[in-house]
Design a protein around this ligand. Structure first.
Ligand SMILES: Nc1ncnc2c1ncn2[C@@H]1O[C@H](COP(=O)(O)OP(=O)(O)OP(=O)(O)O)[C@@H](O)[C@H]1O
Ligand SMILES: [Mg+2]
Length: 585
């Protein structure tokens, strides 16, 4: 049984996941590294040229050498500029590409995740893991990795140059290195858990802000602003406190990385100065030591930053990869069974169902729906109607028992095929932010327009489409026209009719329309769904009456089944639900 909330990955598994993405960019990485290598070589060359100038032209009096060496230094500096530019460009591209791929992978994965995943995670969290969370990855992969290697090249190069000039002095200069290594190690160790905590807190914050935005109507209507602000404030405070802790560690350790190299310079100043006075070291060589060591300050500091950045990046990536690695889409058989032709029967055998670890919602449902039959699923609110209907398109799998379509276990069918065969109107109609026409055609883009118009007539869309600014071409959704709840439901109903599916699942499809409209819809629905198997959940008798047969869910079981009229007369659970309405009618 796969989990929908796996823990963040540890460091190594994270890197193992990151590596292939980085490797995809190997050509750009190679270009960046080559540029870094040339850049390092040129950087080392400049102090050497300066040393030559001092020793031969200034100290040695060969005045004619001054201009040529100056020219050489200028050329080298210009080349270095060009290579630096190319390196930055190449590495930035790598970072951006890896970030984009990671986002793409997450988003692709999101599309396959089971509904249980979305029950467990807030929208804000899901979105931020694929967006904000992965920015550090871009900077680390893009800039950090190559810069770190360049720092190492610079260190090694400087060590080689200095040792070849004066090994003993080079050793003195290197005395600062062990403490730098210790400092870097301790820093990395301290900052890693904090980086993870910061990332997690940021996730919580996004979650809170998202809830407030999505639910803004209710927040304003019930005057919950203070409450929301307080919730947001608490989480923002947690982010602030954790980030401050991070900044504290950074400010204690990073300056050390600038300070310690200066100890090396001090050592050179003292010991090198003595040798220069004694004449065993030329002024040019002395200057070479000082300039090269000064040039090492930034690469060393950069290493500290990169370790920091690497911690943030891996902390962020570990969250995304945890999902990519740990969450399984609904299992599909490699050799799926095929559905029979013609109208499909729907069967449930001993179906039990619970959400996650919650209490049981369905506890043994047996149900047989003939091909082409219309069955109403009734029950008090919270009885499990929606849960039962959601098993048909396999949004969830039952915890026990089987759901069969056309005699085939739904788990043996290809998911795409199953979903094509089941059209759905959800309890809360969801439309896409595209023109009305495309919403209607969402499930079957090549549907015949005559058929679409007929479905719109039956579903009551035709009744209001003329009032829309652009008729069937009206843009729906946040940036277009916001349809009313009832209009939305009718579009969803028409869309399901147009889908051409052999099974239609209607979850309370008329809850938001007025009784007059409902009567019109009910009158048309039977002929519109002729030959198809229909499950319809309803809270109103007028909706339920469209069915051939009604079932009543109570305590997770079907307690009654029969013709609606008969059930009313029987005076059982069904009559309890709809009795008053029946009397009124
Ligand atoms: N995504 C979910 N995660 C956890 N529990 C859920 C989820 N959806 C529903 N439930 C719980 O399952 C039970 C049945 O809910 P369901 O939505 O199936 O009822 P319903 O009969 O459709 O109600 P209504 O008539 O109000 O639509 C309820 O107790 C509800 O709290
Ligand atoms: Mg429901």
């Amino acid at each position: 049984m796969s989990t929908v909330d796996p823990p963040d990955l540890a460091l190594w598994p994270t890197l193992r996941n990151l590596f292939p993405l980085w490797w995809e960019q190997r050509r750009m990485v190679a270009l960046g590294l080559a540029c870094a290598l040339v850049f390092t070589g040129l950087s080392l060359l400049i102090p050497v040229l300066i040393q030559r100038t001092i020793d031969r032209a200034i100290d040695g009096g060969e005045k004619r050498l001054l201009l040529p060496t100056l020219a050489a230094i200028l050329v080298v500096a210009a080349l270095r500029f060009a290579f630096n530019f190319a390196r930055r460009y190449a590495t930035a591209r790598v970072g951006i590409a890896v970030e984009a791929r990671l986002r793409e992978k997450l988003y692709d994965a999101y599309l396959t995740y089971p509904r249980a995943f979305y029950d467990r995670h807030a929208t804000g969290e899901v979105i931020s893991r694929a967006t904000n969370d992965i920015y550090p990855v871009r900077y680390f992969i893009g800039w950090g990795v190559v810069q770190a290697l360049q720092s190492v090249m610079m260190l090694v190069g400087a060590a080689i140059v200095l040792t070849s000039v004066n090994a003993r002095l080079a050793l003195y200069a290197a005395l600062a290195m062990p403490p730098i290594a210790v400092l870097t190690y301790v820093f990395a160790h301290k900052v890693f858990p904090i980086s993870r905590a910061v990332q997690a807190r940021k996730g919580h914050l996004t979650e809170a802000s998202d809830e407030a935005v999505v639910g803004i109507e209710m927040v304003q209507a019930f005057g919950r602003e203070d409450d929301v602000r307080a919730r947001f404030g608490t989480r923002a405070e947690a982010v602030r406190a954790e980030t401050m802790r991070q900044a504290g560690v950074e400010s204690r350790f990073l300056p050390g990385l600038i300070f310690l190299p200066l100890l090396g310079i001090a050592a050179v100043l003292y010991f090198g100065g003595r040798e220069a006075i004694a004449g065993t070291l030329t002024i040019g060589q002395f200057t070479l030591f000082i300039t090269l060591l000064l040039q090492l300050v930034w690469p060393l500091e950069a290493l500290g930053w990169i370790i920091n950045l690497g911690q943030r990046a891996t902390a962020a990536a570990s969250r995304g990869f945890a999902w990519l690695d740990g969450i399984e889409p609904l299992a599909e058989r490699p050799d799926p069974a095929a559905l029979p032709d013609g109208p499909l029967a729907v069967r449930m055998e001993g179906v039990r169902f619970r959400y996650g670890t919650g209490s049981e919602v369905l506890s043994g449902v047996d149900l047989e729906i003939e091909p082409g039959e219309i069955v109403a699923v009734c029950g008090a609110t919270g009885a499990g109607k929606t849960s039962l209907l959601n098993l048909v398109p396999r949004f969830y799998d039952p915890s026990a028992g089987r759901v069969l379509l056309g005699g085939v276990d739904s788990r043996d069918l290809a998911l795409a095929g199953l979903r094509r065969s089941v059209a759905l109107v959800t309890q809360k109609a969801v439309l896409f932010s595209v023109p009305l026409r495309d919403n209607l055609l969402a499930a079957r883009p090549d549907a015949d327009w005559e058929e679409v118009l007929a479905a719109c007539e039956a579903a009551g869309v035709a009744a209001f489409v003329d009032g829309l600014p652009d008729g069937y071409d009206t843009l729906i959704g946040e940036r277009g026209v916001n349809l009313s709840g009832g209009q939305r439901q009718r579009v969803a109903l028409a869309r399901a009719l147009i889908a051409g599916a052999r099974v239609i699942v209607l979850d309370d499809p008329m809850s938001a329309v007025d009784t007059e409209t409902e009567r019109h819809l009910v009158a048309n629905l039977r002929s519109a769904v002729a030959g198809r198997t229909v499950l319809i959940a309803g809270q109103r008798l007028s909706t339920v009456l469209v069915a051939d047969r009604a079932l009543v869910l109570r305590d997770g079981r079907i307690v009654e089944s029969g013709l609606p009229q008969d059930l009313i007369r029987a005076g059982g659970a069904f009559a309890e639900l709809f009795g008053d309405e029946a009397l009124a009618a």
